[in-house]
Write a protein that binds this ligand. Structure first.
Ligand code: HEC
Length: 176
């Protein structure tokens, strides 16, 4: 049975909850309107957009960041660790000047792409002719061979770890 006290408590509880909700809502609105009032005048979204597009500076920074990153990884790379990583390549690539399933990789670091005369490259690898296999380009190719050359004949998923890529490139450079 409901007595007056139970009803009063229930109503009180609901009112209390409502009051807390209203206070929280008010606080949130206050924070939100403070935020908009400080930027509202110049249109905050427009400003953010301008920073993202207008800018040569951040884009140049982003471009500069990738090579620096590779250079830093290369500087820290370990050819001995790279020799182990090369175990994954050995089935197809040799370092004695003879082609296997893949072209030989003697001196591949800084070698022109698709330049081994007696190896039949895929068309999408040949499309990259004119560029050299710099550490940066190798770094990109070895992360995702198919991402680099969509119909590449190199059926290898790639080396997801940046350290593995840097190490194997260092090994290839050292065995030139
Ligand atoms: C299953 C065989 C296979 C494996 C494993 C493999 N490759 Fe290849 N690789 C190929 C083939 C085939 C090509 C030629 C690709 C083309 O023409 O599209 C190639 C091409 C390349 C090239 C371009 C050479 C050039 O002359 O332009 C590089 C560099 C290379 N591989 C490095 C590696 C490295 C490093 C690994 C190990 C992390 C590796 N590959 C693993 C088969 C393989």
């Amino acid at each position: 049975m409901f007595d007056t006290m139970t009803v009063t408590k229930a109503v009180g509880g609901v009112c209390g909850a409502l009051l807390i909700y209203l206070l929280a809502d008010w606080a949130a609105t206050a924070v939100y309107s403070m935020d908009t009032s400080s930027h509202g005048g110049d249109g905050a979204p427009e400003q953010a957009y301008v920073i993202a597009t207008d800018s040569d500076a951040p884009a140049a920074e982003a471009e500069a960041a990738a090579p620096v990153d590779v250079a830093a990884l290369m500087a820290a790379a370990d050819p001995a660790a790279g020799e182990k990583v090369f175990g994954k390549c050995k089935a197809c690539h040799k370092l004695d000047g003879k082609n296997g399933t893949g072209p030989h990789l003697d001196g591949v670091v800084d070698r022109p792409i698709a330049s081994i005369a007696d190896f039949k490259y895929s068309t999408s690898m040949e499309e990259h002719k004119g560029t050299n296999w710099t550490p940066e380009v190798l770094f990109q190719f070895l992360e995702s061979p198919k991402g680099f050359a969509s119909n590449t004949k190199m059926s290898f998923a790639g080396l997801p770890k940046p350290e593995d890529r840097a190490n194997v490139i260092a090994y290839l450079a050292a065995s030139n």
